[in-house]
Design a binder for this molecule. Structure first.
Ligand code: FAD
Length: 624
């Protein structure tokens, strides 16, 4: 039976990719439907209740700059905020929020429910309706069919999901949720390349059974950072501390003695786990010389006693989990509220996707989130936003949009995925970006909000606020360029404290700001040059842009050099076999298999040499 209404875009799955995906086309004015297993789990954090961190925080800011939901929810749900790498350069500074799991979920649900053009329906999807290689709708577990012009699939760890605790395993999407078996079987019949990955989570502990007197306290930052560019400090709930403890050699002995009952080491789990977020048994085997690993004790919320011991995710049998947890300082009487477990699931080779995250085999079908081989809420959210935006643009008959590597971490992630695929759960790091001084947390709005507004993702309120900020930055930068400081403007104490006594001639303020130890606040503390601009985010922008101007200009120059490659499009139907005299069999095979969208992307495919790129460029020039 067909549902009476039809939709522009249908999103399957209400996780982190799915909620950003559902909100984007709706913001763009399209009739959108979110189909998900369970309305109560919309926005649920499957693993640790935290948003952001190095690389991931950058993505959250980019989602926010494009009008997305994650940063708002983190502001409303965040119970401890920190700026990581605060003393390092601006490229690697990153915001991280410990979240109250329920507040975060409630904030996401509120935004989803409030969105005018978005309907929600609670049903598992079992099948896609495909006509002439184009998706035209979906069919649910009760046989209800929905028509749509485009579909975004964001089903996370649920496809063929298998949960492992020790040698026991059972089917599941995550603990307490059903897997997606019918849909997984159906997708396996399609031409996509499918493989298995795994991820894991630690046992949770009742905080009343922890001896906090033995632990190191870790308070959040003051003033409390906000995640959203539109965020206010009043958005934050009560703030609380995290704590730190460590595993010890006894913990490691207990785990080592039971490795034969570990599904990971006895061959029960085939899927590859996240190298950068390994289970505790993995750490003990891989870093055998270390006799201690740090554990962050993260509260799960303000109104719950459960804590998340970050750093000891495990799929060891429960009796081993119990014993090793009780060997840890402060956990001697720990009461476990939920066991740790690992989950194996299907993911699809992202090389079968276009940079819009549309599949190469079925028109109008987009994939986003964990099913593309990534791990993390932030990575998932960003893909959901990008995929659904492009689904919406396609429905509107407009050109697609995706950021370049030089424009956003989202661009870096998608280019990495579609060019290289992934052999392990992919997560974001700042080191993945070659232009990281341009891709800072502090300027994600300057990089993306304008395009977000043009596409229809950004509302008027954000657009107005953004323009005010952008203008204030420009005006203040110009004032600093135009203002000269004479030695007579500072007294001896100021000259010594701020300039180490070196202010012996006149300088423009922007030149002084380039000096390593001179801050914007220092300059504004001198009577004649203050007061500083009121908005600290404007002040930060002015300071960063001047202080790092040399490096930023150099990176911009490199980008300009590569611009030609990045903008030279290789058409979808480009027949590489027609190129006479030159392409090696290997290059031909790779280009035909992968169908890169630009010369820039082609140049990043392993095995494609500069010589191949020259041949392609010559061929394109001749046949233009
Ligand atoms: P999910 O958040 O999983 O959401 C999928 C949604 O789709 C759910 O709402 C589900 O109900 C729905 N759904 C599934 N199938 C269907 C269907 N057929 N029809 C309708 N709805 C459907 N990330 C980290 O960064 N670090 C970690 O340490 C970490 N550990 C993890 C441990 C575990 C055990 C799990 C399960 C996840 C872990 N993650 C971790 C990953 C993080 O939870 C995911 O990356 C993130 O949630 C992915 O978002 P998503 O939207 O792709 O999928």
């Amino acid at each position: 039976m067909f549902y009476t209404e039809s939709f522009d875009v249908i999103i399957i799955g209400g996780g982190h990719a799915g909620t950003e995906a559902a909100l984007a086309p709706a913001r763009m004015g399209l009739k959108t439907l979110l189909l998900t297993h369970n309305i109560e789990t919309i926005g649920q954090m499957s693993c640790n209740p935290a948003i952001g961190g190095i690389g991931k925080g950058h993505i959250v800011k980019e989602i926010d700059a494009l009008g997305g939901a994650m940063a708002h929810a983190a502001d409303k749900g965040g119970i401890q905020f920190r700026t990581l790498n605060a003393s390092k350069g601006p490229a690697v500074r990153a915001t991280r929020a410990q979240a109250d799991r329920s507040l975060y979920k409630a904030a996401i649900r509120e935004m989803v429910e409030a969105e005018e053009n978005l309907q929600i329906f609670m049903q598992g999807v079992d099948d896609l309706i495909i006509e002439n290689d184009r998706v035209v709708g979906v069919s649910t577990e009760m046989g209800l069919k929905f028509k749509a012009k485009a579909v975004v699939l964001t089903v996370g760890t649920f496809l063929g999901g298998k949960i492992h605790i020790g040698m026991e395993n059972h089917s599941g999407g995550r603990m307490g949720d059903p897997p997606s078996i019918a849909l997984a079987d159906r997708l396996r019949e399609m031409p996509f390349r499918v493989d298995r990955l795994k991820t894991g989570t630690p046992a949770r502990i009742d905080s009343r059974s922890i001896d906090y007197s033995k632990l190191q306290e870790q308070p959040g930052d003051t003033p409390i950072p906000t995640f959203s560019y539109m965020g206010k400090k009043e958005d934050h709930p009560e703030q609380i501390s995290c704590h730190i403890t460590y595993t010890n050699s006894r913990t490691h002995d207990i785990i080592r003695a039971s490795l034969d009952r570990s599904p990971l080491y006895s061959g029960v789990i085939d899927g590859v786990g996240p190298r950068y977020c390994p289970s505790i048994e993995d750490k003990i085997v891989r870093f055998a010389d270390k006799d201690s690993h740090q554990i962050f004790i993260e509260p799960e919320g303000l109104n719950t006693y459960e804590i998340y011991p970050n750093g000891i995710s495990t799929s060891m049998p429960f009796d081993v989990q119990f014993e090793f947890i009780r060997s840890i300082e402060g956990f001697e009487n720990a009461h476990i509220t939920r066991p740790g477990y690992a989950i194996e699931y299907d993911f699809f080779d992202p090389r079968d996707l276009k940079p819009t995250l549309e599949t190469k085999f079925i028109d109008g079908l987009f994939f986003a989130g964990q099913i593309n081989g990534t791990t993390g809420y932030e990575e998932a959210g960003a893909q959901g936003l990008l995929a659904a935006t492009n689904a919406a643009l396609q429905v509107q008959g407009k050109d697609s949009w995706f950021p370049k590597r030089s424009e956003a971490y989202i661009g870096v992630m998608v280019d990495d995925l579609i060019t290289h695929g992934t052999q392990e759960p992919y997560r974001m790091f700042t080191s993945r970006a070659e232009h990281r001084l341009l891709l800072r947390e502090d300027n994600a709005d300057l990089r993306l909000t304008e395009i977000g507004y043009k596409i229809g993702l950004v509302d008027e309120e954000r657009w107005r606020a953004f323009n005010i900020k952008r203008e204030q930055v420009e005006v203040e930068m110009q004032r600093l360029r135009d203002t000269v400081m004479h030695p007579a403007d500072v007294n001896a104490e100021q000259n010594e404290r701020i300039f180490k006594g070196s202010l012996s001639r006149e300088y423009r303020l922007n030149e002084l700001l380039r000096r390593p130890n001179v801050s914007y606040a220092d300059l504004m503390s001198i009577d004649k040059f203050g007061p500083a601009v009121e908005d600290p985010k404007v002040a930060e922008q002015v300071e960063v842009q001047f202080k790092y101007a040399g490096y930023i200009d150099r990176q911009q120059l490199e980008i300009d050099k590569q611009k030609n490659h990045e903008e030279t499009v290789l058409p979808d139907d480009f027949d590489y076999s027609t190129i006479k005299g030159g392409l090696s069999n290997e290059a031909l095979q790779k280009l035909q298999d992968q169908k890169p969208t630009t010369i820039g992307q082609a140049s990043r495919i392993p095995g494609i040499t500069p010589a191949t790129i020259s041949i392609l460029m010559v061929h394109l020039k001749k046949h233009r």
